[in-house]
Structure formats: structure tokens, C-alpha cells
Design a protein around this ligand. Structure first.
Ligand code: ZN
Length: 269
């Protein structure tokens, strides 16, 4: 397991990867800023992260969302007595993580449920802002004074042609616009590191998503199958499709647009 430290002035990037993750290009970063660590990495790096936490001694931890590559070491931090800030929804999901699909256990490891009682952490300078879409409990961390966003998995790239089964693409587009409206000068992505010109990057992704959702909706209305739509609008499935046995895929993105459309078109809802 590898943990690499990279400095960006007042922000320290803690880049974590496992051998399996590296072989398929997966890593994740936590960020230390103002004595607070944003996110906690994944279960396979627990020991290395424990040593890091002992050295760095953060005043508190903020967790963007419950996914195992962000909140996967919450129990470790709780046992070390480090205060934790997260939404109630995130904490509930960390307490009862449910069974992960095989590929996620393989890449990131199986999280230990959060059972140790925690001291809740809140920071005046770093605020959790609800940005659902990638996951229902997703938040970004907003440093208004330094005009900096720690984005968790909000961005990940402009054209992400795959989705996992609990994503909501329309909600994600709204959250991207919400984050762009904060006018961040800097944006630190959990998987991409620092993002250049974050406002235009966030808006470009929101626009790409809107266009893609529009193209998918158009074909849904014409009666196309999800697989045919995925092929026509998003192209051939990529490596993640095979690694995740179809869960993280283009056809899932189409299915999520279809399902979200059903949910939002319920009369009176
Ligand atoms: Zn995630």
C-alpha cells in the first residue's frame, strides 16, 4: 500500500493507492487543510493511514460521502479519538455499510463499520455543502475565505461516460452548477487532484451531462433499449464495465437517466 504526500501551499494532498488499484489506474486523495483532513481513504490503506494520522494529528476529519474510498477508515479515526464531521446520512451509511460488490472489495477493501462512538466535528472555515447526484449523501467541503472546494467525487472529469447504480445524473448536473456558483478559485478532486479553472470545468461537465441526458431521453421516447442507447450516445463499454461486471458502465448511466426520469415525472412528486 502506498501513501504519497504532495504539497500545494496551504493544502497537503495525501495520495493513496493499492497495488490492485494502481494496475488499473485507480487512486484516491485525502487533503489536509487548516489542520483538518478531508476524507480518509480506503480500507486497504488502513495501516499506512493510521501511521499518517499519528504523525499529522489532525484536529478533525470531514467526510464527503460514505463510499469506501472516502469514508472507509472512519472506524479507525473514531478509535483514535479524532473528531469526525459528516452529514447524518453519511454517518448512518458508514455505520451500516451493507455488502459491497466484489470489484469494490477487491480494489478498495471491505470497510469496518463505524461502531465506536464519535465526537462530532465542525469547522467555521470549512463547510460541508450538500451536492447530491454522485451519491445521495455527497457533500463538498467549501472554504469560503480561501475560495477553495474539496470536491470529493463531484467532478471526476468533464465526460464521465459511466455511472454506478446509485447515481442520479440530473441531480449531479444541478450540484455541479451549485458548486460553480460558489465561484471557487481552486478545486481539489479526490481522484484527479487539483483541477484547473474549476468554474469552467464544473460548468462544462454540467453542460455535457445535460446534452447527454437530452440525447438519452430522446431515444428513450423513441423506444430504444438501454444497450442500444448506450452504444449510440456513449460508445463502447470501457475497462470499468468488465472490472465491475457491468455495474459501473455506460448502460448503467442510461438506466439511471431512465429511472430518474420516472421518479421525477410522478404527478405531484
Ligand atoms: Zn464516490
Amino acid at each position: 500500500m502506498t501513501l504519497r504526500i504532495q504539497s500545494h501551499g496551504d493544502v497537503t494532498q495525501v495520495l493513496m493507492s493499492s497495488a490492485v488499484g494502481r494496475s488499473i489506474g485507480y487512486d484516491v486523495s485525502a487533503y489536509l487543510v487548516r489542520g483538518v483532513l478531508v476524507d480518509l481513504g480506503f480500507p486497504l490503506v488502513t495501516r499506512a493511514l493510521g501511521r499518517y494520522l499519528t504523525r499529522a494529528r489532525p484536529d478533525g476529519i470531514l467526510i464527503t460521502h460514505h463510499h469506501e474510498d472516502h469514508g472507509g477508515n472512519a472506524e479507525l479515526a473514531a478509535r483514535m479519538g479524532i473528531p469526525i464531521g459528516a452529514s447524518d446520512a453519511t454517518l448512518a451509511l458508514l455505520q451500516e455499510p451493507g455488502r459491497l460488490p466484489f470489484h469494490r472489495r477487491f480494489i478498495w477493501g471491505n470497510p469496518t463499520p463505524l461502531h465506536t462512538p464519535i465526537t462530532r466535528f465542525a469547522s467555521d472555515a470549512l463547510r460541508l455543502v450538500s451536492t447530491p447526484g454522485h451519491a445521495p449523501d455527497h457533500h463538498i467541503v467549501w472554504d469560503a475565505e480561501r475560495e477553495t472546494i474539496f470536491g470529493g467525487d463531484l467532478f471526476l472529469g468533464v465526460k464521465v461516460r459511466a455511472a454506478h447504480p446509485d447515481e442520479r445524473p440530473r441531480e449531479l448536473a444541478r450540484s455541479l452548477r451549485h458548486a460553480a456558483a460558489l465561484r471557487p478559485r481552486r478545486f481539489f478532486d479526490a481522484h484527479r487532484g487539483p483541477v484547473r479553472e474549476p468554474v469552467s470545468a464544473l460548468l462544462a461537465k454540467a453542460e455535457w451531462l445535460d446534452d447527454t441526458i437530452g440525447a438519452i431521453e430522446h431515444r428513450i421516447a423513441e423506444g430504444w433499449s438501454d444497450r442500444a442507447i448506450a452504444r449510440a450516445v456513449l460508445g463502447r463499454e470501457a475497462l470499468t464495465y468488465y472490472v465491475s461486471r457491468g455495474a459501473m458502465s455506460r448502460v448503467t448511466l442510461v438506466a439511471r437517466v431512465r429511472d430518474e426520469g420516472r421518479l421525477t415525472s410522478v404527478p405531484g412528486a
